[in-house]
Design a protein around this ligand. Structure first.
Ligand SMILES: [Ca+2]
Ligand SMILES: [Ca+2]
Ligand SMILES: [Ca+2]
Length: 591
């Protein structure tokens, strides 16, 4: 066992054996000349064994088999008929009208993306465009529609096999929320729902921001200071008060039961409970999430919760298991973007190993960009080949993939935040056909060139690549649940990832392995000779053949070479394809 497989059957003794073996065999140096695929004696490649990954239980479920799509309703589609039509603001009916784009239930990459779940940015009533500061947790944003509209949306999604997850903002809400406006009076029963001080403690937040804000109580007393980590407009709730937790339990029950959602994305969750100046990742927050997990699972056994914890991989992963089902892996996202930009496959390979070591198996949520980040194509300087590599690397990796709306057509967008959240570009018509009225925010300037309608008509478009990759993943237990091995790169810029086939039992109870899938990516700006892959424990049958499953390239596709297997069915010094053009990637399926 000279490789690093993340999957069932991990065992400390094997890792120790692997460590000894790795010490005995000399690994080829990085950056060494590429191996000629015609070479007579394949050289085994030895990867460094990983420290034992987290032993926390892996919370797998329907989400493990889903690709998520992140929707900002305000910018997705303005309805053309009904109560919220033609006001330049996206709404629930507008989203319902576009559900076939996400998944029409026909399992056909030519007609639909095939996503199995959506994450909706905040849906509760709010005075701001983004909604992260609600004034009423129990009422749908009035620009979007009514609670009844929302339930209809959930039903329409469920009909198409799309689960619905909403943003849940527990840490804070609007300073206009009635609980807060009443709480300013120290005599109010709501007063202790927030965090107060008579004098300004004056200490700052984690990014050196002001966190104590002055307010004047109504009854002649001196001014008071309340804590709000994000802004004075968003007071933090005091989760040390049991009544606050009780109230939020009711919010969670309301959305799961009455509104029928399938789960939550927990905003800013590492900031939930403070220990004075320690304002993130406190033991109190972890303890709160443990009881939260028990409660939401009791309401709906298969409900999903994914957390936003913007931190290092190990810190993020510490929330996954008996607290949350998943967390977004920010470090992996940054490494994929930077690695592609710089042509640095080692950067990505090392980060994948770190992620896999930190998280319970399959539990990280992957993404390229979200509503708080510069869009990926903008980060890639408009280079579409990089965007194609980004998509394919994301869908090669284990975990729960999320696609931010518009990424699949290469929408651009840079800060400020509104410009990361511009209207979806459906066509080359006025406002990109987002709305027949003046859009609340103009679309990006390139909407006539970059839009869904145009890309639907081009088989080689980014949209059609996303559709093919998502459908391939939907059809492949290997890509969704197979164990993962990163092959240390022997050629500069080449990233090789092996996904091991998932074992199943046939009718006679005989165990058999599903196909192995190998992703090979050339991140460099030059054509490369593809280095050989050695990977053990695959049990590939001698009769197996290799074929191209998907590629970032339209045509011509490279042809696969004859498999090289050892007696136990391991890949042994095999270069799956001989050459790869600059900035291109392939999936090779072996079965
Ligand atoms: Ca509207
Ligand atoms: Ca509003
Ligand atoms: Ca807090």
């Amino acid at each position: 066992m000279n490789t690093r497989i993340h999957g069932a059957g991990r065992c400390a003794c094997l890792l120790i054996a692997a460590a000894l073996l790795a010490g005995l065999l000399a690994a080829p140096a990085r950056g060494q000349a590429t191996i000629n695929p015609e070479a007579a004696t394949p050289t085994p490649m030895v990867t460094t064994p990983a420290p034992s990954a987290g032993t926390r239980k892996s919370p797998t479920g329907w989400w493990t088999d889903a690709v998520f799509y992140q929707v900002f309703v305000r910018s997705f589609n303005d309805s053309r008929t009904g109560a919220k039509a033609n006001d330049g603001i996206g709404d629930i009916q507008g989203l319902i009208d576009k559900l076939d784009y996400l998944n029409d239930g026909k399992n056909n990459p030519a007609t639909s993306m095939g996503v199995k779940a959506i994450w909706l940015l905040p849906m509760s009533e709010s005075p701001t465009y983004h909604g992260y500061d609600t004034t009423d947790y129990f009422k749908v944003e009035s620009d979007y529609g009514t609670n009844e509209d929302f339930k209809r949306l959930v039903d329409e999604c469920h009909k198409r096999g799309i689960r619905v997850v909403i943003d849940l903002v527990l840490n804070h809400h609007s300073d206009k929320h009635e609980w807060f406006t009443r709480a300013i009076d120290p005599k109010s029963p709501y007063h202790d729902w927030y965090i107060w001080n008579d004098k300004d403690p004056a200490w700052k937040g984690p990014w050196n921001q002001k966190v104590w804000h002055r307010v004047n109580p109504p009854s002649g007393k001196n001014s008071l200071f309340y804590y709000g980590i994000f802004s004075s407009r968003m007071p933090d709730l005091n989760f040390r008060n049991a009544d606050v937790t009780k109230q939020m339990d009711e919010v969670v029950r309301f959305w799961l039961e009455d509104m029928r959602v399938d789960g939550f994305r927990l905003d800013a969750i590492r900031h939930l409970i403070e220990d004075g100046k320690v304002q993130e990742n406190t033991p109190g927050t972890h303890a709160w999430l443990k009881q939260f997990n028990a409660k939401y699972k009791a309401i709906k056994g298969d409900a999903f919760a994914v957390g936003e914890v913007w931190a290092g991989s190990e810190e993020i992963a510490s929330y996954v298991g008996d607290e949350l089902d998943s967390c977004f892996e920010f470090e992996l996202s940054s490494a994929i973007i930077k690695g592609i930009k710089d042509g640095n496959s080692d950067l990505i390979g090392k980060q994948i190993k770190r992620t896999l070591a930190a998280f319970p198996e399959l539990s990280q949520s992957t993404f390229l960009a979200n509503h708080d980040q510069t869009r990926s194509l903008t980060q890639f300087g408009g280079n579409l080949e990089m965007a194609r590599l980004g998509a394919m690397i994301q869908f090669t990796l284990p975990g729960v993939p999320f696609v931010y709306y518009g990424e699949e057509i290469g929408m651009l967008g840079d800060k400020p935040d509104e410009k990361l959240r511009t209207p979806m570009q459906w066509t080359a018509e006025k406002s990109g056909s987002f709305s027949d009225a003046k859009a609340w925010q103009p679309p990006q300037a390139d909407f006539r060139r970059i839009n869904v309608k145009k890309q639907e008509g081009e088989s080689g478009s980014l949209l059609n690549l996303y559709r093919r990759l998502i459908h391939a993943r939907n059809d492949s237990p290997t890509l969704r649940r197979g164990a993962t091995q990163v092959i240390d790169s022997q050629a500069p810029g080449v990233l090789t990832i092996v996904r091991r086939g998932v074992k199943t039992k046939d009718a006679q109870g005989l165990e058999k392995s599903g196909p192995t899938i190998i992703g090979v990516f050339n991140l460099s700006d030059k054509e490369v000779v593809v280095p050989s892959v050695t990977s053990k424990g695959l049990q590939i049958p001698a009769s197996a053949k290799a074929s191209i499953l998907a590629s970032t390239m339209e045509s011509p596709l490279p042809s696969t070479t004859d498999l090289r297997l050892d007696a136990e069915g391991n890949l042994w010094g095999w270069a799956p394809v001989s050459r790869l053009p600059a900035r291109s990637g392939v999936w090779i399926e072996v079965k």
